[in-house]
Design a protein around this ligand. Structure first.
Ligand code: SAH
Length: 393
């Protein structure tokens, strides 16, 4: 039996503007026994079809898969993955001989709420952020095989930490196809070990690709400090950009091993690089003042809206420390990946830091997430990565 949801009067307005979520408070009643992850059809109070999507317990009750009354079947999934792949070809991140690392599916940005797929060469790493995508994981894997064909040898499913634990789905990480041991991916001609089994997110932060490229062009002859380095993406680009020295810092010892391995992979025996396992705040306090290119790419300080004030203080604090120590004429690349912190909030936090440090600062670039992390125009919440490149007099 078809499962149906009827909205309260007037609660169809955001759906009419193609916003892909139905909040629980908008629902008046349902028909059929609803289980988490079920496909449900959504109707207005007047009984008109308006959307079909995945149902889940929580404040976002339905994540919309389509605004047309169509079956969610193999053809649907294949079409959606195909559309996403075509877009990546158009962006030049797929089908590119020097780049095989890209985000193929970015949730709402690709009209597939709750689904993230990163491609690393012959391996796709898939994450479900909704119960519905977890339930449909094998269907998505099948569509991936159809669209990517022989170019795809492995699919690793990694949702242990991204699904609501209360759903008790018995989710675990594992291969849905293949069992890759070779895990070196190529980004803009640079090689990276990707630990999709144990690494953060899908194993790599694909979203800084363009910003790393920009950094490369600022690196020549510079003393570079890469704070919150993780796999050392920015460090490897700085090395290729002919930096004089590159220091990478992360509080995780595993990250320090990763960055060292990635430097060795691209620049074996190169003495310009050194990595430190240290807390960023402590390192910034104790370091000298001989850096003239500093990258600050911290983890999301605000995971939720209510943590906003605290997060802004955190951004001000680390940026202030960087402003105090950076050499005159230095360049600062500073980022926030907190969705809850908007562009203006972030800019104000950095502005405050500059003022406290009493430095004269120019904004050279305003950075954001790359094309393969697209923002659905009807879902502005999809914008999360912000960055500033600053010239510090
Ligand atoms: N810049 C990286 C991504 C950074 S992710 C890239 O381009 O891939 C954030 C990193 O910050 C994580 O690796 C985490 O271990 C590290 N981290 C978190 N808190 C920290 C702290 N207080 N000091 C130093 N590193 C920290």
């Amino acid at each position: 039996m078809e499962k149906k949801i009827y909205l309260r009067r007037g609660k169809d307005e955001s759906l009419r503007r193609f916003h892909p979520w139905v909040f629980s408070g908008a629902i008046q009643r349902s028909e059929g026994e609803l289980n988490e992850g079920d496909i449900v059809k959504v109707f207005t109070n007047e009984g008109d079809f308006i959307a079909v999507g995945h149902w889940q317990i929580g404040s976002i009750a339905v994540r919309v898969l389509s605004f047309e009354d169509e079956p969610i079947n193999d053809a649907f999934w294949a079409d959606k993955i195909q559309q996403a792949y075509h877009a990546r070809l158009a962006m030049g991140v797929a089908g590119n001989p020097v780049n095989n690392t890209y985000r193929l599916v970015h949730g709402e940005g690709d009209n597939l709420p709750g689904l993230v797929i990163d491609v690393y060469g012959e391996t796709a790493v898939m994450q479900a952020h909704s119960v519905g995508m977890h339930v449909n994981r094998e269907d998505v894997a099948k569509a991936l095989k159809t669209v990517l064909g022989d170019g795809l040898k492995n699919i690793f499913y990694k949702s242990e930490t991204t699904l609501p634990f209360k759903a008790a789905l018995g989710q675990e990480n594992g291969f849905l196809l293949g069992d890759a041991t070779d895990n070196v991916a190529v980004e803009n001609g640079l090689k990276f070990h990707i630990d999709w089994l144990k690494g953060q997110k899908t194993g790599f932060f694909v979203d800084q690709r363009d910003n790393r490229s920009l950094l490369e062009h600022y690196s020549k002859g510079k003393n570079v400090l890469n704070m919150f380095c993780y796999t050392g993406g920015f460090s490897v680009y700085a090395m290729r950009g002919e930096a004089k020295l590159v220091h990478s810092v992360d509080s995780s010892a595993k990250a320090v091993d990763l960055v060292n391995a990635n430097i060795e992979l691209n620049f074996p025996g190169d003495q310009r690089h050194e990595a430190f396992a240290a807390d960023a705040f402590k390192f910034l306090d104790e370091m000298g003042d001989n850096y003239n290119l500093i990258i600050l790419d911290p983890p999301a300080f605000a995971k939720h809206k209510d943590a906003l004030r605290h997060a802004l203080k955190g951004y001000t604090k680390i940026n202030q420390k960087a402003f105090e120590k950076i050499q005159p004429g230095g360049i600062l690349f500073t980022f926030s990946c907190s969705q809850a912190v908007n562009k203006d909030d972030f800019r104000r936090a950095v502005f405050t830091a500059a003022a406290i440090a009493k430095r004269r600062v120019r904004i050279l670039h305003q950075l954001h997430q790359p094309a393969d992390h697209p923002i659905n125009i009807y879902h502005p919440e999809g914008e999360y990565l912000k960055g500033l490149v600053l010239y510090v007099e």
